[in-house]
Design a protein around this ligand. Structure first.
Ligand SMILES: *Cc1c(COP(=O)(O)O)cnc(C)c1O
Length: 228
């Protein structure tokens, strides 16, 4: 086994152990026992992704439609049960492509994208397994996500639309403690009785698990720092 492969597998085991430990420490009980681990593979080559597929991992996230197009059809050919979510911004003109490529979309972040989804061929929209609304939890100008003061109305509208809404997703502001933002997202999800919370990345997943994350998204803790 080459060295890079061994390191990825070592990190993977470590993160799985951490998830189990944090879940226990923070008193997670069934059915919320442990969050799912999503492996984020932006900038990561297919060979490294295969290391985890061979180890039995199936849930992956990518930020860009184009990059996912280049890597995932071949991987899915070999591992038909892999599950891939889009976790980066989605341009409306790529929606059709995204819907055929991804099993889940976590970045429904604006009314115009919702309108486009509603206008889709219903058989296509049904192929989507899960949908998350991204909330701009830190009210940051430059960040994607539905604004906090519009979130309640938007969530209800999507809930009633018949689209397969699973829950909420957020990326907290950099440079601040993440826990209060995770707590706020949990509070909004509870208010709307949404079961899923996609939150927590390499640097803060402990706090996301403490606040009820059902899915954490991990990249650099597995593969090392990304070269931009
Ligand atoms: C890159 C990215 C991640 C993973 O971030 P790491 O800090 O590398 O774990 C998670 N979620 C989203 C939306 C991302 O863009």
């Amino acid at each position: 086994m080459n060295k890079d492969k061994a390191i990825i597998l070592e990190h993977y085991q470590q993160i799985k152990e951490n998830i189990a430990r944090f879940s226990k420490d923070y008193g997670r009980t069934p059915p919320d026992l442990m969050p799912d681990l999503m492996v984020v593979t932006k900038t990561i080559d297919a060979e490294s992704i295969r290391v985890l597929l061979e180890a039995g991992h199936r849930l992956f996230g990518e930020n860009r439609v184009q990059e996912a197009m280049e890597k995932y059809p071949a991987l899915r050919n070999d591992y038909p049960d892999l599950e891939l979510h889009l976790i980066g911004p989605l341009q409306s003109n790529k929606l059709n492509q995204a819907i055929t490529l991804f099993d889940g979309i976590q970045t429904l972040d604006r009314a115009s994208l919702f309108d486009k989804m509603m206008a889709l061929d219903p058989s296509k929209a049904k192929a989507l397994k899960s949908l998350y609304i991204q909330v701009n939890i830190g009210c940051e100008d430059q960040k994607a996500g539905i604004a906090l003061d519009e979130a309640d109305d938007f969530i209800e509208q999507v809930k009633q639309s018949g689209l397969p809404l699973s829950g909420l997703m957020c990326i907290p502001p950099q440079g601040f403690a993440a826990a209060p933002y995770f707590a706020l997202l949990q509070q909004i999800a509870r208010k709307h009785q949404l079961p899923c919370l996609s939150m927590g990345m390499s640097g803060d997943y402990e706090f996301a698990i403490a606040q009820g994350a059902t899915l954490i998204r991990i990249g650099s803790a597995l593969f090392g720092a990304r070269t931009p």
